[in-house]
Design a binder for this molecule. Structure first.
Ligand SMILES: [Zn+2]
Length: 71
C-alpha cells in the first residue's frame, strides 16, 4: 500500500485538464475507484497526492474537518 503522510489526501488529475479535479479523497483506492466510474471511454487520469493544504478553492478536505473537531 501507499504510505500517506498525515494530512495528505488524493485528487484525480484528468489527462486533458491542467487542474486537479475538485473532489478530495482520503485514500488512493477511493480516488482510483471514483476516477474509473467517471472516466469516459479512452479518458486517462492519474491520482495525485496532495500534502496538507488542499489547492481547491472553497473546498475543505474531509481530513481537515476531522482535525477541527478538537476546537
Ligand atoms: Zn483536496
Amino acid at each position: 500500500m501507499y504510505e500517506t503522510p498525515a494530512g495528505s489526501h488524493f485528487h484525480i488529475k484528468w489527462s486533458h485538464q491542467n487542474n486537479l479535479d475538485w473532489e478530495c479523497f482520503d485514500n488512493f483506492r477511493d480516488a482510483t475507484n471514483r476516477a474509473q466510474e467517471l472516466a469516459r471511454p479512452g479518458e486517462k487520469f492519474t491520482i495525485q497526492m496532495v500534502l496538507t493544504t488542499c489547492p481547491m478553492k472553497g473546498f475543505k478536505a474531509k481530513l481537515s474537518n476531522r482535525e477541527e473537531r478538537a476546537e
